[in-house]
Design a protein around this ligand. Structure first.
Ligand code: ADP
Ligand code: ZN
Length: 222
């Protein structure tokens, strides 16, 4: 099953994707995580991508698309995959449709997470991620803090703030790009009958884990 996580920054895409991966065994393919791993390891791809990421800009498709194709060709992605952070533009969505068609597959479900904008900014400022690249668990200092301050519950590694979350200009830039380039994907997938919109909001006491539970119930009943 090919599942796409859609939604602005800070809506909990990574959290929901992680829970779906745990329950289904289908890998979470996060383009942001792949980029950050390459940046840390100082690969050529990482150096090139970081020129854009540090400013909160999209990495060009010439770099991003081949990287996703390679990842989807790996053995563990045969039965299903949870795409988190790709596609992010209509061009990327069209490209993905082509890539999947070649494999006789299609996008089965697009989970569109929505969160009020004022909550999003607070969530991004309070986001912390596990520094262990094999774990990458995400936390929120307000909504789901780690049991022990600064330490990942799952693996014991140090929690850090992403560089692009520590700078307000980058946060604003990324939200602007989301509105302009990524939000048209809502109608793109709606017209294909695969969109499922879910609100994640502290104000209505509905968190990523609640959304993931509901989705898993539906997947299991199919
Ligand atoms: P966020 O959603 O909080 O911006 P991600 O981890 O998804 O974080 O992505 C971090 C950065 O990686 C983005 O700001 C962008 O520069 C780059 N990136 C991730 N996915 C893509 C993509 N599909 N196309 C272009 N750039 C991407
Ligand atoms: Zn961890």
């Amino acid at each position: 099953m090919i599942i796409i996580m859609l939604g602005a920054q800070g809506t909990g895409k990574g959290t929901v994707a992680g829970l779906l991966t745990e329950a289904t065994g289908w890998p979470q393919v996060s383009t942001g995580d792949i980029f950050r791993k390459n940046i840390k390891e100082e690969t050529e791809l990482g150096k090139e991508a970081n020129k854009y990421i540090a400013k909160g800009m999209l990495v060009p498709d010439e770099i991003t698309v081949p990287m996703v194709i390679d990842r989807l060709n790996e053995d563990d992605a045969t039965n299903g995959v949870i795409l988190d952070g790709f596609p992010r533009t209509v061009e990327q969505a069209e490209k993905l449709d082509e890539i999947l068609a070649e494999k006789g597959k299609k996008v089965d479900l697009v989970i569109n997470l929505t969160t009020p904008r004022e909550e999003i900014i607070t969530r991004m400022i309070n986001r912390r991620v596990c520094s262990n690249q094999e774990c990458k668990a995400t936390y929120n200092l307000r909504m789901h803090p780690p049991v022990k301050e600064g330490i990942c519950d799952k693996c014991g590694a140090e929690l850090v703030q992403r560089e692009d979350d520590s700078n307000e200009e980058s946060i604003r830039n990324r939200l602007k790009i989301y509105d302009e380039k990524t939000s048209p994907l809502v109608s793109y997938y709606e017209s294909r009958g695969v969109l499922r919109t879910e609100e994640v909001s502290e104000a209505i006491n509905r968190l990523g884990k609640d959304v993931a539970e509901d989705i898993l119930k539906d997947i299991n009943n199919k």
